[in-house]
Design a protein. Structure first.
Length: 151
């Protein structure tokens, strides 16, 4: 019996720890009538190096990861394949930087709505984890949301 207990403990200690990815303060911009796009923003922390490689939303026909940059005094937005999540560091998806873009919205998003999102994080071993997120919709002019809960 003692030998079995030691074998179980040894297996648990040698097994790789599952990565912990925490999403905080997820929010999305509300839309105006007939608007078919919006952005989603959040803070992401992973306990080991990882990469955000995708996102999904049942309210959008297409969801992409994007980056906004300033080039020659012009803001430019482009789709990116992924966003690095260095171990232990908070990566903030925010207006004017990295964010999630939702296209072909199936309905308007009103301030106060809760919008379901799924983000996909890839680990160094190429395994993937999907994290379900609830983003709180804030008025169109808002630059961020406070007091949201973690996922």
């Amino acid at each position: 019996m003692k030998r079995i207990a030691l074998a179980v403990i040894a297996a648990l200690v040698s097994a790789p720890a599952l990565a912990g990815v925490v999403v905080k303060d997820a929010w999305i911009r509300a839309t105006v009538p007939h608007q078919k796009t919006t952005g989603a923003f959040m803070q992401i922390v992973s306990d080991r190096d990882a990469r955000l490689v995708g996102a999904r939303c049942p309210l959008a026909g297409t969801v992409e990861l994007h980056e906004m940059t300033m080039t020659d005094n012009m803001m430019r937005m482009r789709a990116v394949d992924g966003i690095d999540l260095p171990a232990g560091r908070t990566v903030t998806l925010k207006p004017g930087g990295f964010h999630v873009m939702l296209f072909d919205l199936r309905r308007p998003i009103h301030a106060g709505d809760t919008v379901p999102l799924s983000i996909v994080v890839e680990m160094p071993d190429k395994s993937r984890e999907t994290i379900e997120v609830e983003a709180h919709a804030v008025p169109l002019g808002a630059s961020h949301a406070h007091g949201m809960h973690d996922h």
